[in-house]
Design a protein around this ligand. Sequence first.
Ligand code: SF4
Length: 296
Amino acid sequence: MIKSEQMKKFQKELFVWYEKYGRHDLPWRHTDDLYHITVSEIMLQQTNVPKVIEKYTAFLKRFPSWKKLSRARQSSVLQQWQGLGYNRRALNLHKMAKIIVKDHNGRVPRDPEILQTMPGIGPYTRNAILVFGCNFDLMARDVNIDRVIRRWHGKRQWSEKKAEKIVLTFLPHGRARDFHSALMDFASLICTKRNPQCLQCPFKSQCLAFPDPNDYVRPKKKEPGRSEQGKHIPRRIYRGRIVEILRSKKADTNIIGNKIKKDWDGQKDKRWLTDILLQLQKEGMIIHKNNLWQLK
Ligand code: SF4
């Protein structure tokens, strides 16, 4: 376990680094409006920062409040989400807006237990919203923060329980917001997944992963998907392609198949595609009417 003087040194040096090199211009760093913070956190869940910067301001311009978002048509929300991928997030955000307006007087609940009952809000996003919006003393441990602290401790892997406990000890009381911003920037700019910039790192003399940080990268799990012309394409990519096709027109299963898969074979692939379409229907994203699929 790291001693408390070492921890304080880590926090101090991290803040010095952040002051100088942090991404202070990210648009969501200039607000504590919980609607804005929630939109940014949901967008950042599976989309990279440059793409979110591009879409975040436009989304807020189109839907400037929970109320406006709650009253929008689902198809308009999906339209505005275009380019971000993982459309289910947009549907969940839309549902959340309706709940917040109807049951919470248009305000995001600050109680973590209540917040986590909202659609699409898991433990990480819940804590991130409360950290960035309210500066609560919570830790939002994503894979990047986990990687930095794991390397620093020289751990290739650790149990969830142990990780939670150790990461929380790093949090400086009353500075959760700045600490997360600093650690996230440090993980994205210096202690990157592949080839971290150890020689520029202020922590290299204490870091137990130095000088072999790449040994601490977890092997990536293969996503479920299907082979297309000999290449593995994740299922989420096909889901995104289906929504893109249906944005402009209704289509039957065969037409969709031909458009989303280069080597589409009706006999071999129809059942697989029908499963994806039925799942999208179950999630409330598309409907099936007169033998044609369309966005809801
Ligand atoms: S020395 Fe390298 S591995 Fe260790 S914290 Fe710094 S950048 Fe990351």
